[in-house]
Structure formats: structure tokens, C-alpha cells
Design a protein around this ligand. Structure first.
Ligand SMILES: NC(=O)c1ccc[n+]([C@@H]2O[C@H](COP(=O)([O-])OP(=O)(O)OC[C@H]3O[C@@H](n4cnc5c(N)ncnc54)[C@H](OP(=O)(O)O)[C@@H]3O)[C@@H](O)[C@H]2O)c1
Length: 316
């Protein structure tokens, strides 16, 4: 099938393009600022998706069988810095794409976020749990869900992914890449010991999204995540061990939410997700943390540093 993919250069979009191409689909990938080819993308469109007319023209030109929306202002701080631009990408764009999907009878896969929930540590959030986002990003994602499913109730699926792991095109997007850059540049990252997430890899999420593109018997809002709930600090330590770095060369400062209450207020504390009923209906399985760690690679900017460090004789 022909798939119109937005955010083709992002962490999830790039994984999705590769997975879809492997299964023989033709991916028309939209990028914003990205330069250069992208694996799995048959045709690249450079487009400002904040422009509704330009988006509409592009979709109608392609007339796809599926639209997959991986474009967003995906960092909460970036939403706070430019709320109007974030609203255009995080709310208006998915609403427009949902209307277009309905118009051309295409499947529509949209990505929301686990951050539509407040993050109560005593709750395992199901897809129908009440939403109460604690930041603008979460509020925009919640609004996008309502707009998408009002516009395309029978062809749209929205997934709420968790914190994502994986290897990005830029080598600077995901948690392990940012940690490696910090360590290379001599910075000690601060990671919360009491902020809990259920991470999954962008590749595993992309497989689930692709399955949802290829079938038409699942609609509505669903959860997808990994198999384990871990703190950000545990994740950081696991990354350090994965790359066989020592505590001395890859320091992490253990931080609690109580240390930085102003920051903590705007971040959900614990996001345990119930994957029912989707996990029982897909062939794709939620991944363990060990599987995710095994697939991580050293980002290009850190390779020389990393290999120099590996070739150093180990201390006696
Ligand atoms: N990463 C996570 O941990 C995570 C967790 C939960 C949910 N999500 C959600 O999952 C989705 C994918 O996230 P991600 O991490 O893959 O995002 P990402 O790596 O930040 O990529 C964002 C993508 O959006 C594109 N984009 C942004 N503004 C654009 C514009 N004006 N015109 C055209 N393209 C534009 C970017 O293109 P250029 O780079 O080419 O400009 C890029 O391809 C998002 O909806 C995000 O909110 C992500």
C-alpha cells in the first residue's frame, strides 16, 4: 500500500519507514528540516506541516491507503517555549490528517502520549482511565485525540506510546544517545530515581503501528509500551552497563522529585500502562528492557570517543 508518513526523520517515523519498506509498502515520507535520504522512504517531501493548505495538497496528490502521523513538537519544554507552533503541529495537524483520511478512505494511525495522564504512582492506566495532563504537551495530546476520533471514528487508531528507546537518525534524540553525548563531553546527567516509565523501542512501536495499518478491525485509542516499569535512573544505569562503561567514566547523579519540586510538578510521576486489549490482538509483542538495550548502538558523534575508551587498558 502507499503510506503517507509525517515525521519520517524522527525517532519513530524513521523506524516506521524501514519496517514498512521491509514489508513491501511504498512510503511517501514528509520531513521538515531534515536533509538527505532516509532508509525505507521511496519519495521524500519537504513540507511545513504547520501549513494546513500545503498538508492538504500533499495528501490529496498522493491519495494514500494509509496516513501515519509521527510529526509533532514532541518535547514538553519545546511546547512551553512556543505554544502556538506546538498547537499547530500537535492538534491542528492530526485533526486535518484525520479529516483527510476519512475523505480518501485511508487508515489513519496517530501518536498521542502517555502524558495525557497525571502519573499517579498507585494507578495502572487503562485506555479509558480519566485524563488529567500536568503539562501543555499532555493537554495538546489529549485535545488531538478528541479531534482525531471526532473526525475519523471508523478509520483512526491512536496509540499512546511511553518513553521511547532506540537509535535515531540524528543520533541525538533518544535517552541513550543524550546520555552518551553527556558522558563524552564530561557532563553528569541527573536522572530521577522516583519517576517511573514503561519504555519501549521505537522499532517495536513501529511494528505495532504497521500491523494496525495493515488491518482494519482495530480503531480507537490504545496503549502500547514495553514489558517493564523502571525509573529513569534505572534506565540510565542499564544503558551504562549495556555499553560496558564504568561508574567513574559515565557518572549519573541520582535525583528525586523532591529535589526539584518546580520541575516535578510539570512531569507525571509514574506512568504504568495497561496494554489491554491491544496486546492480546497484535502479533507484535511488548519488548523486555533487555531486548531494547541489546538493539542500541553508539551514536555516530560518540564513536571515536567510545572506541578510544574501549582500547584503553583496564585499570589493575
Ligand atoms: N520520543 C518519545 O519518547 C515519545 C514518547 C511518547 C510519545 N511520543 C510521540 O510519538 C510521536 C513521534 O515522536 P518522535 O520522538 O519520533 O518525534 P521526533 O523524533 O521529535 O520527530 C519529530 C518529527 O516531526 C517533524 N516535524 C516537526 N515539525 C515539523 C514541521 N513544521 N513540518 C514538517 N515536519 C515537522 C520532524 O521533522 P524534521 O526533523 O525533518 O524537521 C521530525 O521528523 C510524536 O507524536 C510524539 O509526541 C514520543
Amino acid at each position: 500500500m502507499t503510506i503517507f508518513l509525517t515525521g519520517a526523520s524522527g525517532l519513530v517515523g524513521s523506524a516506521f519507514a524501514c519496517a514498512a519498506a521491509r514489508r513491501g509498502h511504498r512510503v511517501i515520507g514528509v520531513v521538515g528540516t531534515h536533509q538527505g535520504e532516509l532508509e525505507g522512504v521511496a519519495q521524500l517531501l519537504r513540507l511545513d506541516l504547520a501549513s494546513e493548505p500545503a498538508t492538504t495538497t500533499a495528501v490529496l496528490d498522493v491519495f494514500p491507503q494509509a496516513i501515519v502521523n509521527c510529526a509533532a513538537v514532541s518535547l514538553p519544554e519545546a511546547c512551553d517555549a512556543d505554544p502556538v507552533h506546538a498547537q499547530a503541529l500537535n492538534v491542528t495537524l492530526p485533526a486535518t490528517l484525520a479529516r483527510l483520511a476519512h475523505h480518501v478512505s485511508a487508515r489513519f494511525i496517530h501518536l498521542s502520549s502517555e502524558q495525557v495522564f497525571a502519573g499517579d504512582r498507585n494507578v495502572r492506566y487503562g485506555r479509558e482511565s480519566p485524563q488529567s495532563p500536568v503539562n501543555l504537551y499532555g493537554r495538546q495530546k489529549a485535545e488531538s485525540e478528541r479531534a482525531v476520533h471526532a473526525a475519523a471514528p471508523r478509520c483512526a487508531v491512536t496509540l499512546r506510546p511511553p518513553l521511547l528507546t532506540g537509535n535515531s537518525v540524528s543520533g541525538r534524540r533518544s535517552l541513550h544517545e543524550r546520555l552518551m553525548l553527556d558522558w563524552m563531553e564530561g557532563r553528569s546527567p541527573r536522572l530521577f530515581t522516583d519517576e517511573m516509565r514503561q519504555p519501549c523501542s521505537a522499532e517495536n512501536l513501529a511494528e505495532a503501528m504497521l500491523e494496525l495499518c495493515e488491518r482494519d478491525d482495530v480503531c480507537g485509542i490504545h496503549h502500547w509500551a514495553g514489558a517493564e516499569l523502571v525509573s529513569r535512573h534505572q534506565l540510565g544505569v542499564a544503558v551504562r552497563e549495556r555499553f560496558k562503561l564504568t561508574e567513574g567514566e559515565a557518572p549519573i547523579i541520582a535525583t528525586t522529585r523532591a529535589d526539584v519540586p518546580a520541575v516535578a510538578r510539570r512531569r507525571p510521576e509514574s506512568l504504568a500502562l495497561d496494554l489491554a486489549p491491544l496486546a492480546g490482538r497484535l502479533k507484535t509483542r511488548p519488548e523486555s528492557l533487555a531486548e531494547q538495550l541489546a538493539a542500541l548502538t553508539v551514536p555516530p558523534a560518540c564513536r571515536a570517543w567510545y572506541h578510544r575508551r574501549l582500547s584503553r587498558p583496564s585499570p589493575r
